[in-house]
Design a protein around this ligand. Structure first.
Ligand code: SAH
Ligand code: ZN
Ligand code: ZN
Ligand code: ZN
Ligand code: ZN
Length: 433
């Protein structure tokens, strides 16, 4: 990577532009975090020579896109903010920023919230409005039920440290429990690209991080914070939990997660306690990415648990009468250890040695509980596998498909939801409620 291929989100990523019918295609660098050129206009052909003038403009652009305060400054500001009486605690909704009284004037024509309580400061994910960039940066916050479930299994499995990568709500739940219950010993470090969180957490609690290029905006000091956190001194076991944007590139994510896992491993070696193990991971992602994730992480398996979200109309739990969430947990832990709640309809399959959805029937022929979406799937003897209940075997295509499919058309479908007829950029499952 050329040294100057840097945009406000850190080092750019190399992409391939495939030109139809013209063989090879051409490679180019673009922003790792934004798929939309409107959000970050960084672009450079791999073999392009960039003029001095453009480099200077780029530097200027990067400088302008720096946040108004550094993390250190934000930590200082927070200290001053909590000393203020309630009546003087304001939060600017337009700038998404806690305001000190001397700054009120500059925000006089902005909307703000008053009387910011300590409870509000402890749940920044409620105070900040979720980012809504449809393409990659959309924030979907865990419903309380799912967040509580995650934390329960983490503590039941005996983990004491959680590396929260793009999971601000889980981080927040852990932080507030730790400050309220003395016997609650779990700690969390949040890695996220959303710099607004630096207003609420110290450098030991939050690192500004890009999970598409494994970039720590805080440099070596932040990297060191992460490394120290992963060090499991006196047997404090670590788990990484991540819930990346679904439009994200699996390959880029996997490469970053491997680097975080390698960081953990390095610390392991020093301790010489475990051998040949991987850092335990929960990767939360839609089920239709299963084969992509397993390609990069063969040791992972997909749990049937449906993760649901507060601000996503389509992704709420089936039991509430809405559509079922397609989001699952992928993990390298032994599946039988992940106990799913019986009261929500999950049951244990003794043959598969894992918990499955109530609708997921064990298929005698596949010798596995084959449903991916929670509905009961049916076995097709011609395809020699289980398929969705709405599919039928088409003799022309020689495989199972929807009844009204167009024969001979092998449409890979949308990258996000797997359905045919639209592309990732217009996927209906990604729109906010
Ligand atoms: N369900 C989670 C939030 C998931 S939304 C929860 O409730 O805690 C995706 C998260 O990933 C957001 O917090 C978003 O800010 C973060 N994110 C998006 N792009 C990122 C990137 N390139 N690097 C790091 N974090 C990113
Ligand atoms: Zn403002
Ligand atoms: Zn089974
Ligand atoms: Zn089957
Ligand atoms: Zn079939």
């Amino acid at each position: 990577l050329p040294g100057d291929c840097v945009c406000p989100a850190g080092p750019a990523l190399l992409f391939l532009k495939t030109s139809q019918g013209r063989g090879q295609g051409r490679r180019f660098y673009a922003c790792s975090a934004c798929r939309d050129r409107k959000d970050c206009n960084f672009f450079q052909w791999e073999d392009e020579k960039v003029s001095e003038k453009r480099l200077a403009a780029r530097e200027e652009y990067n400088r302008k896109h720096q946040p108004p305060f550094t993390h250190r400054q934000n930590v200082e500001r927070y200290k001053n903010f909590i000393l203020l009486p309630l009546s003087k605690r304001r939060f600017c909704q337009e700038c998404q920023q806690l305001l000190l009284p001397t700054e009120w004037e500059n925000h006089s024509d902005h909307q703000f919230l008053c009387d910011i309580s300590t409870a509000q400061l402890k749940s920044p994910s409620q105070l900040l409005h979720p980012l809504e960039n449809k393409k990659t940066n959309a924030q979907y916050l865990f419903a309380d039920r799912s967040c509580q479930f995650l934390l329960d299994i983490i503590t039941d499995l005996g983990f004491r440290r959680v590396l929260s990568v793009g999971t601000p709500r889980l981080h927040e739940m852990i932080q507030s429990k730790a400050s309220q219950q003395e016997d609650f010993r779990v700690r969390s470090l949040l890695l996220d690209i959303d710099f607004r969180y630096s207003q609420f957490y110290t450098e030991d609690e939050f690192c500004h991080y890009n999970m598409f290029n494994h970039y720590f905006f805080g440099g070596e000091a932040a990297r060191e914070t992460c490394r120290r956190f992963l060090h499991q001194g006196n047997g404090e076991r670590v788990i990484m939990v991540t819930d990346p944007p679904f439009g994200g590139l699996v390959e880029a994510l996997a490469s970053s997660f491997k680097k975080l896992m390698a960081m953990w491993k390095e610390m392991e070696k020093e301790d010489m306690c475990h051998n040949n193990q991987e850092m335990p991971v929960f990767w939360i992602f839609p089920y239709f990415f299963e084969s992509r994730i397993l390609e990069f992480f063969p040791s992972f398996s997909m749990m049937d648990y449906q993760v649901d979200y507060d601000n996503h109309a389509l992704y709420k739990h089936g039991k509430t009468g809405r559509r079922q969430s397609p989001v699952r947990i992928f993990t390298n832990l032994t599946p039988s250890m992940i106990v799913l709640p019986v009261e929500e309809g999950y049951r244990f399959c003794a043959i598969c040695q894992r918990y499955v959805s109530s609708g997921n029937q064990h298929c005698e022929i596949c010798n596995s509980c084959t449903s991916k979406d929670g509905r009961r799937w049916k076995h097709c003897t011609l395809c020699k596998r289980c398929v969705k209940p709405s599919w039928f075997h088409c003799n022309k295509c020689n495989c199972c498909a929807l009844q009204n499919h167009e024969c001979g058309k092998t449409d890979a479908g949308c990258f996000v939801c797997g359905e045919a007829g639209h592309k990732r950029s217009t996927c209906p499952s990604l729109s906010c409620s």
